[in-house]
Ligand binder design. Structure first.
Ligand SMILES: [Zn+2]
Length: 350
């Protein structure tokens, strides 16, 4: 039996559209990898929170494009006015602070720089942002959260303070942490951040919303997997994980063949590729999930669970069981409930 998963290096809140797997008989599941930075009251504090939320808003513009780097936004404020804005667009390009300082020009002098993640203090593919902030003569830097990356880890803050710049840390920290939860997790554990996702009807049936139109057919010794929702342009950014060789359309998609597909192998592969997160999206309940996700609970390989409940009652042949289980019952943490286009979206952390 062949089964495959598609992994895409995007980190967004949108459901993954491209992806599928299929067995010789019937498709079972889809996994898309989203391969995907950044508190207070009183007037000044409210302003701080406002500018930091703007940083996060800017950072999100690059959702799905910054991996393995975090998403970061930066706002330069002088005399109560925003004079510069920027975000990190993708790995290899300048960081958020550089764009915001360029935008501000001379107005950056004596200004306050808000940045959702601690500025870097090391030479990577770009010079350190601490240097850029110091050279621009900003008066103050407000940081959403310290960077968990050991090569940054508070060194950026120390460098700025050493240059006489006032630094405050922890404004809208929870929001900044959530923005880069996958990046933080990978920095701390070396593994991709895994989310389980399923779409259910009102009567508890897992619906196949993802990978619609994807199909797999046998062709000679290997099978062929057609993913119409995956554009040629994004093909080189997708990985199909399969337990037997498969030819994928559109061409250009990487195929990784595993003897056995399990979550540990998937997470390791993605971490090696520098991808921060994986979304395992259920198309259908089935026995095959059981082996794939066997260790999900025991080994703490999954960090987040998202369940979308559609306002539909669907026809069914019989009972349907969600296959991701485990030996223990437990409440999910930090539960969030949202209405998305008429469906109810529940998000919680393991
Ligand atoms: Zn930087």
């Amino acid at each position: 039996m062949a089964s495959s998963l598609v992994s895409r290096p995007h980190l967004t809140q949108r459901p993954v559209r491209a992806a599928t797997l299929a067995s010789a008989t019937r498709p079972r599941l889809v996994a898309g990898a989203l391969g995907g930075r950044c508190q207070a009251q009183a007037a000044g504090d409210l302003d701080d929170a406002h500018y930091m939320r703007r940083c996060v808003e800017l950072a999100r513009k690059a959702a799905g494009h910054t991996s393995p780097n975090p998403m970061v936004g930066c706002v330069i404020v002088r005399d109560g006015r925003v004079v510069g804005e920027g975000f990190h667009p993708k790995a290899g390009q300048p960081h958020a602070e550089v764009f915001a300082l360029r935008d501000a020009g001379n107005l950056a002098e004596n200004a306050t720089a808000y940045v959702s993640l601690e500025p870097c203090n090391h030479y990577g593919r770009t010079p350190p942002c601490t240097e850029a902030l110091i050279n621009a003569k900003v008066k103050e830097v407000v940081v959403g959260m310290t960077d968990p990356n050991p090569i940054v880890a508070s060194k950026g803050i120390e460098k700025l303070q050493g240059a006489g710049i006032s630094v405050r840390v922890g404004v809208e920290e929870a929001l900044c942490r959530k923005l880069n939860e996958a990046y933080i997790h990978r920095m701390l554990t070396g593994k991709a951040f895994a989310t389980l996702r399923a779409t259910l009807s009102m009567n508890g049936i897992i619906t196949n919303q993802i990978g619609k139109g994807a199909d797999q057919s046998a062709q000679g010794e290997s099978s062929r997997l057609h993913i119409p929702s995956l554009s040629q342009e994004h093909a080189s950014r997708a990985i199909v994980l399969a337990d037997s060789p498969v030819t994928v359309e559109p061409a250009g998609v990487e195929v990784a063949v595993f003897r056995q597909i399990d979550l540990e192998s998937i997470l390791q592969l993605l971490a090696q590729r520098g991808l921060c997160s994986v979304l395992v999206d259920f198309r259908e309940a089935g026995e095959s999930f059981a082996s794939l996700l066997n260790d999900f609970q025991e080994d703490k390989l999954v960090q987040k669970v998202v369940v979308e409940v559609l306002p539909f009652w669907l026809a069914s042949d019989g009972l349907s069981n969600l296959a991701f289980g485990g030996s223990q019952s437990f409440p999910l943490k930090n539960l969030e409930l949202r209405d998305v286009n008429g469906s109810v979206l529940l998000e919680g952390y393991v």
